[in-house]
Design a binder for this molecule. Sequence first.
Ligand code: PMP
Length: 379
Amino acid sequence: MLENLVYFDNAATTRTDTKVLEAMLPYLGASYGNASAKYSIGFEARKAVNTAREQVAALIGAYPDEIYFTSGATESNNIALRHQEGALITSEAEHPSVLNTARYCQSKGRAAAYIKPDMSGRIGADNLKKAFEGTAAGRTGMGLVSLMYVNNELGNVYPISELADTAHMHGWIFHTDAVQALGHMEIDVKKSGIDMLSASAHKLYGPKGIGLLYVRRGIKKEGLLKGGSQERGMRPGTENAAGIAGFGKACEIAKESMKENAVREKEIAGFLKEYILKNIPDSVQNGEGERILNFSFRGINGTSLALRLDMEGICVSTGSACSLGTEEISHVLRSIGLDETLAEGSLRISIGKYNTLDEAEYAAKKISELVSELRALTV
Ligand code: PMP
């Protein structure tokens, strides 16, 4: 079935690499020991966890002891925001796992400010400076800035080093949700001045349900859960050795191949962008993504279009997968001020390393045909 699918929803999840599955299998079978146990079969799992910690750390230029494995970025974002002190500055275009956590912190009495991106989805150091100067939260003496590396709906890449510098100039901590960046572009937490970083394995051809939180040495560490001493007390509970081993392998593979993949993905995205904007009247690109592309087609319902494309074996998404089915206009499209009729007709096409130009041609033609068909129905 997989072979026939034209899969363009890599921002939601990626196909798990065979090598990743192979790296996981022992810990789902014969090597079933608890990674914290004091006998050989446990040591095997412990070794896999240690190796993975090194592989993950190497991909972002961190020390292995700065990596904590979690169940995914939702959990990592919660830990990052909830257990630091002071005010919060984030943006209106963040993933719900940051936005709703910030709102929760606000409900518990912490001040928060939300930066609005411009019409192209951009957020720069100037916006952050304004948030420090012009909001009550920003004028509080200490706090945490949380701004994502790459927007999961629009694909915009944010100037992380400049944003981190600005946060530090004010004496604040800088956290980034790097879910859509890890394994797709070079990340160097030290060079960029990132204090905390969240990511999930399933966006870089690893398994679902495993993620990481990087916390720089010297930053206050407190987890959400109270329990045993796993992950040095930051994330108690028996280690998901298979998931962790798979995550490590995915990072190792990404380190070797992400540069090359990015070139090919950009070419495929470039083709799609040009074809769609040239051949489909009343179509626009929302944001400035180069791997994650977001389009709007006036007069079209994005969900209807995605469902029709599915019948042709093409997987794409409308807005973020997390809001699919709720029929609500995406908060990200709202944040860039897109008018409602355009926001309703939005489609996200996200490219991954398994995509080909042939697939892009097939998908672009089908999208064009179906948009005409759906428009004809509504006239
Ligand atoms: N942040 C971003 C930018 C995401 O795209 C996602 C997943 N869609 C998450 C956080 C949450 O990750 P997870 O579902 O693995 O917890």
